[in-house]
Every structure is written in structure tokens, then in C-alpha cells.
Design a protein around this ligand. Sequence first.
Ligand SMILES: [Cu+2]
Length: 317
Amino acid sequence: MPNLSPAAARALRRLIAPVLAGSCCAARAADTMDNAYWNMPKGVTQISHEVWWLHMFAFWICVVIGIGVFGVMFYSLFAHRRSRHPVPAQFHENTTVEIVWTIIPFLILIVMAVPAAGTLIKMYDTRDSDLTVRITGYQWKWQYEYVGQGVSFFSTLKADANAARQLGSGIDPATVPNYLHDVDRPLVLPVGKKVRFLLTSNDVIHGWWVPDLAIKKDAIPGYINEMWTKIDEPGTYRGQCTVLCGRDHGFMPIVVKALPEAEFEQWLAQEKSAAAAGTPPAAETPPAPAAAPSSSGSAPGAAADQPAAVDQPSHDP
Ligand SMILES: [Cu+2]
């Protein structure tokens, strides 16, 4: 679980391990415990915390309803069984019952809708942002453009994962760190600043999703979707394209690197001077060799300040 301290997670694993020992699932279960996907991640933004709270709130309401409904059902099955009550009670069209079982669900829905609407309104409020990043989806990569800063680059599947995924590559994906969840150039963002995203696509519909930021929206060609985030903690946050967008849909991960403000400013200054000098900014690893035919044209207005068009990942065996 994301909230467990390492010591608590270890203790829980030790408790569960004997149960799983000898089962073919043991290794897998240990991995699942480590990666902790038992629940929705709490995330690193105020909005993601609110979304998590709403999720838990609705979950506990469902638990109480479940216990109530099944409790009444099993009690009735037992207490009013045929041997004790051969003639069933009749309360068809009983006005009181009708009113009660209409009003109670209505009230439950209101109780859930009020806080959910409050969070939704906040999610849609992109005003007063400190920075705007335009995100464009391509088959099969992302382009990040820091609006008004002259900085723009493509973010593509990391070369080692790209090599391992080729048919007959002979590379064990388990040996590749963050296999299919790492990119050559992450989206770098400042911590504690409101960042607005303008999301669109160059070809087909993609989806930009980073669970830790509680952001998930469709990137639609010819249409701009807005969203925002304000990250509380420095770190690396990973996500994926979430709209089935073609052959390499599974090979266009998202990585967000949140830096303290001073470090971010330093990074941005470097990128700006590299862009101004016309030198391609250094990718963390060299881009994958070009092999696939390019199906994506250049984005409108992006060519001028786009020094390094990274080759898209190839898939051909
Ligand atoms: Cu996609």
C-alpha cells in the first residue's frame, strides 16, 4: 500500500509470505506487495488527495450499504423462511416503504455529489497559472512545449526498453529498469507552481494520464483540452497513454520529473540557451535508431523551435 512505511510493508509481507509459500504465485505476490497497487495512489497534489478522499468516502458508503442490504436479506431468508411463515406478508404499493426507499438513496447521492462537485470545479479552474505547457500526442510519442519560453521537445520510449521489446531481441525485459515506463526526455516541472496544460493531438486520439497527479484527459486532434497541476513533492511520476491509439499505444509512456523551483529555473535556462544556440538539447540517452516509417508530420508552429526531433520507436521485427 502506498501509505505503508517500509517497515510496516516488510512486516505485512512476512505475515503473508508463509500463506503464499509453495504457491506458484508467491513471487508475483511479493512483487505486487512491493509495487503496492492494492488501492488508488494518494498522489502528490492537493487535487489527487481530494480525489483519493472521495474514492475512499464512496468506498465506505458502499461497504455500509453492502452490509445493510445483505444483512437484511440474510435475516429475512432465515427469519421468514417457509417453515416459519408459510403465508408471506403483503406490502405491495405501500406508500411509506416507497417513500423511504426513494429518499434514502437520494440522500446518499446528494451526500456524495456535494464534495465531488467541489473537487471537479477546482480541477477545471485553470486560472492564474504560473506556467503553461502544451502537450501534443503523436503516434507514438509526446511533445512538450513550454509556451512562451521557446523550449520544446519530444519525449519517446527509452532506448533500452525499445531495444528489448523488439521481436526476438533476446533481451529479458525484467533486466530493463522501469521497462516501458521510462522515456528519453521527461516532462520537467517546478514544485509548488500551478502548471496549466493545453492538451491536443497531431493524429489520432491519445490520453494523457499520470495517476500521482490525478490527471487524465483525452488528447483530441483539432481540439484543445485544458488541465492543471500543482505538485507538492519533488520526484519522478510515471503515466501512460490511455486511449487505444494504434500499433504502439503501449509504447508511449509519460514521465514527469518535478524539481524544486531553483533547479527547475536552472534547467529551463539551460534548455533556453540550447534552443537559442540551435544545438540539440542532450537527451538522457541517445534516441532509438530510426526504423519505422514516420506517420506523423511536424506539429504546426513547432518546427521553428524544435531542434531535436527524436525518432519514434520502431516495432518492426
Ligand atoms: Cu497514444
